[in-house]
Every structure is written in C-alpha cells, then in structure tokens.
Design a protein around this ligand. Structure first.
Ligand SMILES: [Zn+2]
Length: 309
C-alpha cells in the first residue's frame, strides 16, 4: 500500500545531493524533493489495519520477500535525538536502557532470519552510541522535512557522528506533532536520506502520551516503567529498528502488500505477564520489563513471535 516505489529523482540541495524516493502516497509529502518514508500503519488495528493482513492464507515461502536492496549488516549503532522538552522525564533512562539491552536479546535475534543478496545475515548486535538534545529548533509541529533537518543538524554540528551504520531516532516530547499524520496515520516511521553525502538512516518516534488511544497499547492504567509515553515508544522504536535493519532503504524486505517485518506484527503482543505495579509486560531487557510488539520470523513459513528460535 504505502511503498510502491514509482520513480527516483535526484536534485541538488545546498552542499549535498538528496535523492528522493516517491511512493504512491506522495500526496503526504510537502514537496517532491522530500524523501517519503515508510508510512507505517502503526496506529492501533481497528479491523482494517495490519492485523487484518495476518490471515492464515499466505503465499508459499515465509510471507515476506527480498527485493534486492541492502540490509544493515554488522552491529547497528543507535543514536537518540531528544527533541522538545524532556526535562525531568524518566524516558531518558527507560529508553537508553532499551537501547543498551535490545541487542543480543532473543527478541532481536528474530532479525537474524533476514539476509541480503550476498547471503549475509543480519547480526544480533545493537550498540547504543550516543545522544543529543534539540530544544525545538523546528518548533512544535514538525514536517517530514523538519525531521530530516533535525537529524542533519545534529550531525553537521558535530553533536552526533555521521555514521552509515547508525540509526538516528528523533524522539519527540508529547507537545510535539508531526504534521504528515502522527496519531492519525502512524505512530512512527523510518526512512533514509542523503546527509553529508552519506546514506543516513533515521526514524521519527512520536510520543504516545499525545494520543494514547492511537499509539499506546495501554491507554490508561499502569505501564511497565510507569511512563506511558516512554513505554509506548519502546514498542514503536523496536518496530522501526527491526524494519530499519531489514529494509533500511525501503527496497529490501517487505511483503506483497508493502508491509515490512514490523508491520506484519504491529500491535501483536502475544502472551503477557503482570508486573509488580499491575501493568502487562511481555519481555525483560536488562533489568526492565517492557510491552513490545512481536516481529516477523522469516523462517518456517513465517510467523509473529517474541523470540527466535
Ligand atoms: Zn512499520
């Protein structure tokens, strides 16, 4: 649905060259020269969403196909850009702990069922590589182009390194909107762009506290770490991370409907347990419990799971 790539356009912008991939939802982007992204249908399923695509009738194979593009091989470096107002918010420790512990987990190991055209598989390795802050440099309503500008600024200013093995998360506080459809079309997305003449992978992560009914698995009541926004973001970030490593340039792994691995299991949490504070959780990473969506196993016919093998 979202990712039929129609044409490629190159244009020169300032010092760098920006390659735009226009998808069939190009009406969602402000100008033709802004890269569109994986417009994840990451809002809750309402019977018309991704879960509806998980019907048992699958084509032969594992229900997801390789389209020839690169994957992220080796260890993936995760960077955080804390955008907006995060003062006194426990999100910084909750999500940094997530980044420090998701690599090597049985959960992230699901991604090792994906490979590139040279037969190189995704490795179960993620490194938390650093963070910076951004005090509303583009205001409190971000366009798609603003999100890339936030990443570009963090790199060009030297606050974060320029890293083609990196995934840069733009983490927004609850007062920040993304005007192309946060809370109505998606809860987060990932894409890539040419920044400083390199192909940089980045991801917008909205704060579910802005719209719990759309973007949080728990719209009221306790969450595993007592922070509805951050706890919801952990699941959205897991979704975008697994899609980024298996489909970083939007031309590698996705199914016949355009769904990437994370899309195929969006809002599917499997069995849960009850934490001491009464919240539901389904995974422990490091010392913390989280409620994180499942991911698609590219083996044995394909299925959503919380761990592999
Ligand atoms: Zn997605």
């Amino acid at each position: 649905m979202r990712r039929q790539v129609l044409i490629l356009i190159s244009t020169t912008l300032l010092a760098g060259t920006l390659t735009a991939v226009l998808a069939d939802n190009s009406n969602n982007v402000p100008t033709p020269n802004v890269p569109t992204k994986d417009k994840d249908k990451d809002t809750k399923p309402d019977g018309r969403g991704n879960v509806g695509k998980l019907s048992p009738a699958r084509p032969r194979g594992n229900g997801i196909s390789y389209h020839g593009g690169p994957i992220m091989t080796g260890s993936t470096n995760v960077y955080f850009i804390w955008y907006g107002n995060w003062a006194g918010n426990s999100a910084s420790t909750i999500l940094t702990d997530w980044a420090n512990n998701i690599g090597g987990s049985p959960y992230f190991n699901i991604n090792t069922t994906y490979y590139n055209g040279s037969g190189v598989f995704v490795t179960n390795a993620v490194r938390y590589a650093g963070s910076t802050t951004d005090n509303y440099s583009r205001g409190s309503s971000l366009s798609d182009a603003d999100v890339q500008a936030v990443v570009s600024s963090a790199i060009s200013s030297g606050r974060l390194p320029r890293d083609t093995f990196g995934l840069y998360f733009v983490l927004t506080s609850a007062d920040v909107n993304e005007s192309s459809g946060f809370c109505t079309q998606y809860c987060g997305w990932h894409t890539h762009g040419t920044i400083g003449a390199m192909d940089i992978k980045y991801s917008f992560i909205g704060n579910p506290a802005r719209c719990p009914n759309a973007c949080s698995a728990v719209s009221s009541g306790p969450t595993p770490n007592g922070n509805l926004g951050a706890d919801g973001m952990a699941s959205i970030m897991s979704h975008e991370l697994e899609e980024s490593v298996t489909d970083p340039d939007l031309n590698a792994w996705y199914d016949s409907t355009g769904a990437e691995n994370g899309d195929k299991c969006a809002w599917n949490f499997g069995a849960t347990q009850t934490a001491a504070n009464g919240s539901k959780y389904n995974i422990t990473l490091g010392t913390r419990q989280y409620l994180i969506q499942q991911n698609w196993v590219n083996a044995s016919g394909g299925f959503c799971a919380q761990r592999y093998p």
